[in-house]
Design a protein around this ligand. Structure first.
Ligand SMILES: [Zn+2]
Ligand SMILES: [Zn+2]
Ligand SMILES: [Zn+2]
Length: 168
């Protein structure tokens, strides 16, 4: 196991400027970061701590993104900070949808798929600069559009659209 960015093996300090290195004082990204809490502390060497699905225990499952409103609808308040793998999330959706009708304000499956596609393009680590900022803005716009706090007339329109795409 090596740092995916600078290539050092576990236990060794990152190469200078590696964006994966964290501040020993606060855990923030160390590059270009000055921190009083780090005074006198040693640099943090690279060690891999796997992420684990809180439901099935899968180790380092691939990341995926869904709009916030979808995540908070399906994942209970005290589980929201947990890592959930994609197969488990799909299971959770299926189980809850079986017993509770999907509310009108929830983004459709097509809208969620659109969001996910933009999300995966955004999280490809090779993207930098304006290309990355454009995708970030696109994601923010989708989050805003899918938020249930939209005005009443807009809600009405998107509900109609939602029903149409659900039938497809
Ligand atoms: Zn590194
Ligand atoms: Zn710090
Ligand atoms: Zn899982």
């Amino acid at each position: 196991m090596r740092c995916h960015n600078c290539g050092v093996p576990e236990g060794q300090e990152h190469r200078a400027g590696c964006p994966v290195e964290v501040c020993p004082g606060c855990g923030a990204q160390a590059v270009g970061h000055r921190c009083r809490r780090a005074a006198g502390l040693l640099r943090v060497p690279f060690l891999h701590f796997p992420s684990v699905c809180a439901r099935c225990g899968a180790i380092d499952p691939p990341w995926f993104g869904v709009p916030d409103v979808v995540w908070t609808y399906y994942v209970a308040p005290f589980e929201r900070e947990e890592i959930v793998c994609e197969p488990c999330f799909k299971t959770i959706v299926r189980l809850i949808d079986r017993y509770r009708p999907r509310p009108d304000w929830l983004p459709t499956k097509a809208e969620i798929a659109t969001y996910r596609a933009v999300w995966s393009r955004f999280h490809r680590s090779s993207l930098r600069g304006p290309q990355r900022r454009r995708l970030a803005a696109e994601l923010d716009a989708l989050e805003a559009a899918y938020s249930p706090r939209r005005s009443a007339d807009k809600t009405h329109k998107s509900t109609a659209r939602r029903r149409t795409s659900e039938r497809v």
